[in-house]
Structures are given as structure tokens and as C-alpha cells.
Ligand binder design. Structure first.
Ligand code: UD1
Ligand code: UDP
Length: 356
């Protein structure tokens, strides 16, 4: 029995192709949902759209501080893993759910596979960095989305467990993109996502991001993460946000709608690790709102441009980058993240290591 442990939006997107590939390989699987994301449009919609079977249990560990959420997930996971005794646990990405799964499974001596291993932002104040480092070191087999992640793992002495499979989100993206292909006459937009702790935990920071949106001038469509809506409301900034004429705030969308939005984009403004990488699949350059070492190949190519919204000089540079941006045709997009067959490569590696 293979157990997938998921709980966050991007993890559902990563799970879909691997679940399918393991099914085709004849594996028996189940899914544990930590409950970290719980709104219908942050969770259920992805299971429905991507054809993922329902989790057999939801640990309802969402909300609260990092420690509260991680601890609650750990307690529930220990109970479930002791009961079902899977032969392999599969973890995804870098969230508190991932960390909880890594700590519990490793102490129960259950082998762990980590999907999206190896990215490093070189900043321990970033909560996702802590989660990812700990999970990589506790895992038995590591699946990397790009060569830089492979190199990071080699530097940390984990090279012998690492496989370059490419990005599994690209598998999912390709499975959707043809169905949602946009007609060229559609108005080009800027798509925005905004949810990271560093960008939602101070009024000044949030205000500076709103100012950046306003200065962009072109239509910015933003499926707003519930954390960000909550913080804007708490800081009394929701009215200001809604009054920005070029800013269209919508509720979080399912993956098909998200891909359709990105296909219409000439630029993506984001602080999301996943969305900044997906920008290269959809052909829209990316303004990244954190000073972290994100997807370094794309930064070097000037595909991703980092902006500090609180630094007016950097904002001016970002506005110039935005003015130059236009939708990039398929043939001219960067290709660092594999060939869209990551799930098949993961299954093969698991077979080679006798883990399935
Ligand atoms: C989490 C991950 C982050 C990942 C992101 C994906 C951690 C430390 N962070 O961040 O790495 O990029 O998921 O989206 O694990 N909320 C709701 N409804 C929901 C989900 C969240 O209202 O369905 C609100 C709650 O007030 C919650 C807050 O958003 O406390 C933050 O949610 P949380 O899961 O802690 O952080 P994310 O920003 O979603
Ligand atoms: N996404 C989505 N709907 C939205 C916003 C994002 O389907 O309203 C998708 C997005 O395309 C990407 C994933 O969710 O595949 C990224 O999730 P998020 O930004 O929450 O997490 P991160 O990548 O920062 O961990």
C-alpha cells in the first residue's frame, strides 16, 4: 500500500499524474488529506477536475500557527500510518503538511519518496525552506524538477538518492492546456497571485503591493488566496484594493480556470513558487514579489524578474520589465523543467529501488 499525504492546493495538482501512473503500474494506493487547505475552491475542486479519488480521511489540521497545524497533522498521521502500515509514503513540495509527513513516517521507519525535492531559496527565515530541507534529508528517494535542484542535493550529500524527473506540475499543465487553449483575440491581461507569509504579514508591505498593482496600469486579474483576503480585511485595506480601477479581485479558481487565465496573460505577478515556474509553461514572463533565490535558470534568463514592492527604484525597474512583456510563443519559451513525463520517470525510479 502506498500512502500519499497531501493537504494544500499545489499538492493536489502534483498528486494527480503520479496517482494515475502508479495506478497504471498496478499499485494499491490511498490518500490522506491533512485538511491544511479546506475551502471548496482550495481543495475539492482540484480532486474533481483532476480526477483524483477522494482521500479516505481528512485530519482537519487547517488554521492556527505553524506549530499548531504541524502538530495536529502529525498526531493524525501517526494514528493513520500505524493503523494502515503503508509500505511507502509519498510527500509533495514544502508545506507544513509535507514536514509533518516526513517527521512521522521517518520515525515509523516507513520509506519516503519526496516529489519536488531540491529547490533552495537560501533563506531559513522562509518557512517553506525549513520544511523542504528537513523533508529532503528524511526521505529515501528524491524527485527533482530541474538540474539546479539536483546540484543542491548533491552539495548536501543527498545526490545518491536524487533523480532528475522534471516537474510533475508540467505533466498536469500539459494534460489541461490543450482543453483550455485561448483564442488569440482575447484581451491580454496580467494575472496575479499573492499569498506568502512574507507578503501578507505587515500593513506597509501589503499597501506597497497594492501600489505596485495600481502603477502597472493594465488590467490585473487576481484570484485572491483566503489568507490574503483575511489580511487585507484585518489591515483595513480591502476597500483600497477594490477601488484600484485596473484591479479585478476574484475568488480562488480551479486549475482549469487558472490555466486559462495564464494562457491569456502577457505577464504574471506572483509570490508563488508554483505559479512563477508555470509562467514559463504558459508563455508569460513573471514579476516575482520576493527577494528569494527562486527558479534560478528563469531568473538568469530574465524570464523571472524579482521586485521589492517597498523599494521605489526596484518598482521602476519592474514597471519597465512589465511594459516590455508580451505573450511568448511556445517555441521561444524556456525549457528547464523536463518533458511532461515526470510521473512515468518517478514510477520507474521507484521500481528500480524496489520501493513499489
Ligand atoms: C501554505 C503553505 C505554502 C504554500 C501554500 C499553497 C506552509 C507553511 N505554507 O500557505 O508553502 O505555498 O499553502 O497555497 O505550509 N485559509 C482559508 N481557507 C483555506 C486555506 C487557508 O481560509 O482553504 C486561510 C486560513 O486563515 C489560514 C490561512 O489562510 O490560517 C493560511 O493558510 P496556510 O495553509 O497556513 O498557509 P498558505 O498561505 O495557504
Ligand atoms: N492555482 C489555482 N488556482 C488559483 C491560484 C493558483 O489553481 O486560484 C494553482 C497554480 O496554477 C499552481 C498552484 O495552484 O499550479 C500554486 O499554488 P500556490 O500558489 O497556492 O502554492 P505555491 O506554488 O506557492 O506553493
Amino acid at each position: 500500500m502506498i500512502t500519499h499525504i497531501v493537504g494544500n492546493r499545489p499538492q493536489f495538482i502534483k498528486l494527480a499524474p503520479l496517482y494515475r501512473a502508479l495506478n497504471q503500474a498496478g499499485c494499491v494506493q490511498n490518500i490522506i488529506h491533512s485538511g491544511q487547505h479546506y475551502d471548496e475552491n482550495m481543495s475539492d475542486v482540484f480532486f474533481q477536475e483532476l480526477g483524483i479519488p477522494n482521500p479516505y480521511v481528512n485530519l482537519m489540521a487547517g488554521g492556527g500557527s505553524h506549530a499548531q497545524m504541524t502538530a495536529k497533522a502529525m498526531l493524525g498521521l501517526e494514528e493513520e500510518l500505524l493503523d494502515k502500515k503503508p509500505s511507502l509514503v509519498i510527500l509533495y513540495g514544502d508545506t507544513n503538511t509535507t514536514l509533518a509527513g516526513a517527521v512521522v513516517a521517518s520515525k515509523l521507519c516507513i520509506p519516503i519518496a519526496h516529489v519536488e525535492a531540491g529547490p533552495r531559496v537560501h533563506c531559513k527565515a522562509n518557512p517553506e525552506e525549513c520544511n523542504r530541507i528537513a523533508t529532503d534529508h528524511l526521505s529515501d528517494i528524491l524527485f527533482c524538477p530541474d538540474q539546479i535542484s539536483m546540484q543542491n542535493l548533491q552539495k548536501e550529500g543527498l545526490g545518491d538518492r536524487a533523480y532528475m524527473t522534471g516537474d510533475i506540475m508540467y505533466d498536469t499543465y500539459l494534460s489541461i492546456a490543450e482543453k483550455t487553449a485561448q483564442d488569440a483575440s482575447q484581451e491580454e491581461i496580467i494575472v496575479m497571485t499573492w499569498h506568502r507569509q512574507e507578503n501578507t504579514s505587515g500593513k506597509e508591505r501589503m499597501e506597497s503591493i497594492l501600489n505596485l498593482v495600481q502603477q502597472l496600469g493594465d488590467k490585473v486579474v487576481c484570484p485572491l488566496h483566503p489568507r490574503t483576503r483575511k489580511c487585507l480585511t484585518e489591515y483595513g485595506l480591502m476597500e483600497k484594493a477594490e477601488a484600484i480601477p485596473n484591479f479585478e479581485i476574484i475568488d480562488p479558481v480551479g486549475y482549469m480556470d487558472m490555466v486559462a487565465l495564464m494562457q491569456r496573460a502577457k505577464l504574471i505577478l506572483t509570490d508563488s513558487g508554483g505559479v512563477s515556474k508555470e509562467s514559463s509553461y504558459a508563455g508569460a514572463k513573471c514579476l516575482f514579489m520576493l527577494d528569494l533565490d527562486v527558479w534560478e535558470d528563469l531568473v538568469r534568463d530574465d524570464w523571472i524578474h524579482k521586485v521589492d514592492p517597498q523599494d521605489q527604484t526596484r518598482v521602476e525597474e519592474a514597471l519597465a520589465f512589465a511594459r516590455r512583456a508580451k505573450h511568448v510563443p511556445q517555441a521561444d519559451r524556456p525549457k528547464y523543467y523536463g518533458d511532461g513525463h515526470a510521473a512515468a520517470k518517478m514510477v520507474q525510479a521507484l521500481q528500480e529501488k524496489n520501493l513499489i
